[in-house]
Design a protein around this ligand. Structure first.
Ligand code: HEC
Ligand code: HEC
Length: 81
């Protein structure tokens, strides 16, 4: 019985931990002209690579899969045109 309780706790704690980690505030991609319509990471790096105009902070997490963490701002997309 003890074993069951242990596994049950584990099963509950793992998703909870992941959920809490996912809440770590990642700043959204601003919905301004600089960021409109970019779908490729290479596009981001044109401004955010280390030697470009808006480098990321030194403390920035290392991975370059921008969209895994940064989602577009929640505003509805502007009308196409
Ligand atoms: C044309 C240059 C340019 C491109 C391309 C660009 N950015 Fe930016 N980005 C900026 C500038 C300048 C700022 C800071 C001013 C602002 O908030 O708009 C910024 C700010 C940000 C911020 C928020 C910073 C904060 O503190 O709120 C995030 C996140 C970000 N960019 C991610 C991205 C991602 C991801 C991409 C690729 C989809 C991208 N950027 C492409 C110029 C650019
Ligand atoms: C592993 C998740 C993750 C990935 C992948 C990621 N970021 Fe971030 N980014 C964050 C977090 C978390 C912050 C907030 C950091 C802080 O406030 O110190 C952040 C902050 C930023 C900022 C705002 C200020 C700064 O420099 O810290 C910019 C700009 C940014 N990211 C751009 C990018 C771009 C461009 C890419 C792709 C090359 C990228 N990020 C990939 C997690 C990520």
């Amino acid at each position: 019985m003890k074993k069951h309780i242990f596994y049950l706790t584990l099963i509950l704690i793992v998703p909870l931990t992941l959920y809490i980690l996912s809440l770590k505030t990642v700043v959204p991609i601003p919905s301004d002209d600089n960021h409109a319509g970019i779908t490729e990471i290479i596009g981001c790096l044109e401004c955010h690579a280390d030697d470009k105009g808006s480098p990321k902070k030194k403390t920035h997490p290392p991975k370059d899969q921008c969209f895994n963490c940064h989602k577009a701002d929640k505003k509805p997309p502007a009308a196409k045109g």
